[in-house]
Design a protein around this ligand. Sequence first.
Ligand code: ZN
Length: 241
Amino acid sequence: MSLRDGLFSKEHYLVCFVLVLGACTAARAESPGTLAPPPTSRPKSIFRTLPTALPTATPVASPTPIICPLPDLLPGQHISAGGSYTETETAAAGPMVCRIERDSCAYRHLIGDLDPSIVFKQEEEPPYGEEDILMHPAMLLPLTRLSEMVAAEWGGTVRLRVTDAYDSLLEHDLTQPDESRRYSLHFEGRSIDLTTWPIEPARYGRLCALAHCAGFDWVHHEGDHCHASIKAESLCLRCRD
Ligand SMILES: [Zn+2]
């Protein structure tokens, strides 16, 4: 990936799509604390064929300079959109409304980010690996901005990597042994875990600061990654009749 590629505007390489696979007649938003059994059958693919008439990748004349004067976050430190180092994630980004189940109505409102400038870890077994690219639509803009900022910050030698986004497997809040009580904005696609690529933990303090400047509403330096969340209407609420 060249520096020039990393500095294109988001419209040129942000190829995303809305997972609208059917009517939302049967699905209902779940209340926190409930989790239906996993579906017994899964679709062959959740992805639709991308349209053939995608916009051509015409570079912009000159990228906007990125200024982020925020000091690096220290491990354990977090910051809200308003600049508070004490505000909680719930206050800054809103509470978890539900846990989105695969193949539910809310699940079909998640979008997949196919930005080639971003490295997606996708470590889980199929079909769960693709969950790392799935997120709330409001996540796209700050994520694209951040990818641009990372490229600019380190002269195109470093890329943004996503290690987790939406999570249906409840692999967050692992200190809570009761899965039905696990709580994380990852479960509704409003949180994302970020590192640099190549992996260089010494850069994570700056990466977290950049995430704040890119527009995430709450950023937490968790030591081995930056956790970033957005404040947006829960997709679960779109599926209530
Ligand atoms: Zn996280």
